[in-house]
Design a protein. Structure first.
Length: 293
């Protein structure tokens, strides 16, 4: 049975035509942090929903190994996960769940471990399936775990962009800096943006953001774009408890208003020439990184 599947797969891969040269490709974005619990998953989910409100096509991919919880934040337990694709060769469109506002979502969970130890056939199947997503979305957003393992680092380094989430706490800032250093050491050209989450006030948020950017420029000689400041807001905890994304739970909450504004600037920021920049795309980079390991 398995041999049949493998043979079918090989046949399909052989027949696969070379991909068309100019399709509009999704921008692949990793949401990352140094320290855990700083608000990545809530940022990934609510940013995705706000981009959808702006008529963007968004897929959210939970890449937090073993700890994936986006479905819990949405109050919609996932029926399928990446395991269905990796084990049963299910098509990628069949494992995409639909969340609020029609958000496309792929659950990862413990099955993700396997993604990094696949044989060549299964890996090619994953790449082939993933390729279908690239032309179907404007943004593919990865919710990563805190820090990075050798495995998840391939996805981070292959991304078109990383959004670093931190809070103003010195521990969170120091760990975010460490994470950025790790990324630029391996990929000096990675575009990086930072979100200051849980700011006690706009003033303190701005100050923390400026300090952070100064340190990054001074020690790493790179500019990191400030994407925005999100306030520390009790509505986040209330929304998490009710399992409703905060932007839907209360659109007038300070954090929801700030996220709306942030997403508006973010979407506006996509360079017109992003598609034609001749850069290596996500899949090319990921293939290279996963094969080199
Ligand atoms: N802006 C905010 N205001 C108040 N509380 C917040 C805010 N953002 C996050 N939190 C709190 O932090 C908790 C953790 O958030 P979240 O799960 O998004 O973090 P994470 O970085 O994804 O964590 P992990 O590293 O475990 O994946 C939330 O459940 C909430 O209580
Ligand atoms: Mg998380």
């Amino acid at each position: 049975m398995l041999e049949d599947q493998a043979a079918n797969l090989r046949e399909r891969l052989k027949q696969q035509k070379s991909p068309p040269q100019k399709i509009k490709e999704a921008k692949t974005v990793s949401i990352i942090s140094g320290k855990g619990g700083v608000g990545k998953s809530n940022v990934a989910l609510n940013l995705s929903l706000e981009l959808i409100s702006q008529n963007k096509r968004v897929l959210l991919f939970d890449l937090d190994i073993g700890m994936g919880n986006i479905d819990i934040l949405m109050g919609m337990p996932a029926q399928k996960s990446i395991v269905n694709l990796l084990h049963n060769y299910e098509a990628i469109e069949d494992i995409i769940e639909t969340g609020p506002l029609g958000l496309g979502y792929i659950a990862g969970g413990s099955g993700l471990n396997e993604l990094f130890s696949l044989d060549t056939n299964s890996r090619d199947y994953f790449f082939e399936q993933y390729y279908k997503l690239v032309s179907s979305y404007d943004y593919i957003i990865f919710d990563m775990g805190a820090g990075a393992t050798k495995d998840t680092m391939s996805f981070i380094l292959a991304s078109d962009e990383c959004i670093v989430v931190t809070t103003p706490e010195p521990t969170s800032i120091t760990d975010a800096y460490g994470m950025i250093k790790h990324i630029v050491t391996n990929n000096p050209d990675m575009p990086l943006k930072v979100i200051m989450n849980r700011a006690p006030s706009v003033k303190e948020g701005k100050r923390a953001l400026q300090r952070f950017r100064d340190v990054v420029i001074r020690f790493l000689q790179i500019e990191i774009d400030a994407l925005g400041i999100l306030p520390d807001d009790k509505h986040v905890t209330q929304a998490v408890i009710r399992q409703i994304p905060y932007t839907l739970y209360n659109e007038n909450a300070p954090v929801s208003k700030a996220m709306k504004q942030l997403a508006y600037h973010y979407a506006d920021d996509m360079p017109q020439d992003f598609q034609q920049s001749g850069r290596k795309n996500f899949l090319q980079k990921l293939k290279q990184l996963m094969t080199e390991r």
